[in-house]
Structure formats: C-alpha cells, structure tokens
Design a protein around this ligand. Structure first.
Ligand SMILES: [Zn+2]
Length: 349
C-alpha cells in the first residue's frame, strides 16, 4: 500500500478503487505541510454527491475514533464497497500532534467551532483549523450524504457512552439520523443543543446530511468498548445507506433493547462549577436521577473544614456526563443530566 501526498485539488474521490492519501495543507510556521490521512474507496454504483465520511480526532485528545477508523482501514475490502466511503482517522492533525483539544501550538482554535463564515478564506480566518474546515467544505461535503464525527470526552468529561445529534426539523432526515445513531450499539443516544456556532456536525445537518456524532470514551484513553461502538456505527451506516455491501447485526444495547435517549437541550440540564475546585463523583454516568439528587461533590481545599458543595441534578433524567479530571475551573460544566426521551422513535430499526 502506498500513501500518496496530494494537495486537496488533486484528490481523486470519484474513480473506482481504493486510494490512500496524505492531504497536504500548508503549514503556518514550519517549512512543510500538515498531512491529513484520508482513505477513499469508490465502488461501481457510486453516485455523484452520495457517500459516507467518518472523521476521527476533530479534537486532538480524543482517541477511540482515530483507533476505530485506523482499524477499519485494514478491514474494509474494496470488493465490498458499492458506493463511496471516505475515512479520515485524524482530521485535526495539529491538535492530535500535541494531544490537546485545540490547536494550542498553532492558531489556538477549536476545530469544532471553526465552521464559520469565511473560514479559510478571509485573511483573519486563515490559520490551520479554519483551513481544515474550508477543506472539508470544499472537498468532502460535495461527495457525501452521510457524516460521522467520532468524539470522546478528552480530559474534561466522562460520559455515558453515546451517539448524538441535534433536534432536526425535517422528519425524514431526523428519522434516518436516529436510526444511524442507534446502530452504534451505545447505551445512550444524546440529543443536544445547537447553539454553539461553528460545529462540524451542525453544518452537515444544515446541508441535509445524515449526521451523527459520538462520545466514545474519556480520559484521553482508548476504551475498548468505545472502539467497538465506533467501528459498528461506521460499518452499519455504510451498509444501511448504500455504500457497502453486506449484512450487519445489532450489538450491545441496541441488540438487547436497553438503549436510552436523553435530551440536553435546556440550560437547566447543565451545572457550571460555582468555584474552582476538585470534583468527586457520587453517582455514575448512566444513572437515572431526580431533580435535586446529589450526583457529585465539589471540594474547595482552601476551605477544607467546610462541607463540600453538593452537585445536584438540575432536572429529572439520566446522568449523561460529569467532570473527569478532578481539578475543575469556575464555570466549567461539571454535571450534565439529560431529560429522558421515548426510545426508539417510530420507524427506527
Ligand atoms: Zn470532541
């Protein structure tokens, strides 16, 4: 296997067969290039504008996605690809290099807030993160109708492992997204707010694409089950949306019908730390709680003789996420409880 270095304009995402690329984007400071790994398979029934893309490491310190996609590079057989499959195991190569959420040694930008107007086009938005966003817009979006963005909690949040999407108005797009999310086999489906500007998945959803995100683990580790869920979700999406031949069976919480769904759309779902301190878990992620239940405690060691601050559920529901690293900053969301939703919705497999 030869991996070819190309400029984005020289990518071939249309001819039949498999190609492995390093996509070269100009480096901001070093005499060199940022090299983004991209593998494409194009099958005999590929249609213009149709295909699946899966991204790993939109944030640089989230690792289950990159590992799942890297393993799939060796697993997907070109002979089984009917349409178009594009895997980008590490999208944010600069942040991945430093093992950080944002590109801290380059433009200091969060790639998952970089999908804004003028990204990569205006001189003030010309750093690597905005140019990666422009690359995705110009070269990937026109080739795909299914978008999977594999995240994890990094060093801030531990999750009830989930696949996720935003509330969508279009009923059919919404049904297809929910179905795709279910096939990851994860314990939780998370429906989350769509207020943050510049999200990769929000843009894909607005473009009408079947878009699913995930939180596959936490702690800057590689959790085995997170890798398993990631692999399953990508393969199922490729098969069900006509890009890969074959059959796939449901796994884990999908197979035994124990999946839950929680919406974290309202601000009452989130608890920001009122002061900087150390977070202690009391109840695990995935627990069902009532509003006011104590899920964690926040310790202020400068006031060591005072009672720790009880971190209470803001709503009735499911503990979706809570602080991972003990040391938290004032204002950081240290608890997130989602309102439980009926699941699965009608028409979802
Ligand atoms: Zn992330």
């Amino acid at each position: 296997m030869t991996r070819i270095v190309v400029k984005p304009a020289d990518l071939d995402l249309e001819s039949p067969g498999r190609r492995d690329y390093w996509v070269a984007l100009e480096h901001d400071t070093m005499w060199g290039a940022q090299l983004i790994p991209l593998t494409v398979w194009v099958g005999p029934q590929a249609q213009r504008g149709k295909g699946l893309v899966a991204f790993g490491s939109t944030h640089g310190n989230e690792y289950e996605g990159p590992v799942a996609l890297r393993l799939l590079l060796g697993e997907i057989d070109t002979a089984n690809v009917t349409g178009r499959v594009i895997l980008i195991p590490v999208l944010n190569v600069e942040a991945f290099r430093t093992g950080t959420r944002d590109s801290v040694e380059a433009d200091r930008v969060n790639l998952n807030r970089a999908f804004v107007d003028g990204a990569g086009k205006q001189p003030t938005l010309a750093g690597i993160s905005h140019r990666i966003a422009a690359f995705v817009r110009d070269y990937i979006w026109p080739q795909v109708h299914v978008v999977i963005d594999l995240h994890s909690g990094g060093n801030q949040i531990r999750f009830d492992i989930c696949s996720s999407f935003h509330p969508i108005e279009d009923a059919e797009q919404s049904r297809l997204i929910a179905d795709t999310a279910r096939w990851f086999g994860v314990p939780l489906i998370m429906v989350y707010q769509n207020n943050s500007p510049g999200l990769l998945t929000s843009e894909a959803e607005r473009l009408g694409k079947i878009t699913v995100g995930t939180e596959l683990g936490w702690g800057e580790a590689v959790l085995r089950k997170g890798v398993t869920y990631g692999r399953q979700g990508v393969l199922a999406a490729a098969i069900h949306h006509g890009q890969l031949a074959g059959k796939i069976e449901p796994i884990a919480h999908h197979a035994d019908n124990t999946q839950k769904c929680a919406a974290i759309v309202d601000f009452e779902c989130y608890v920001p730390a009122p002061f900087a301190g150390h977070y202690e878990e009391v109840l695990p992620c995935g627990a069902r709680v009532k509003q006011g239940d104590i899920v964690g405690r926040l310790h202020d060691f400068a006031r060591i003789d005072e009672t720790p601050w009880p971190v209470r559920a803001g709503v009735d529901g499911i503990v979706v996420g809570q602080a991972w690293a003990a040391r938290v900053r004032q204002g950081q969301f240290i608890l997130c409880v989602g309102r439980e939703q009926p699941w699965p919705p009608a028409g979802v497999r």
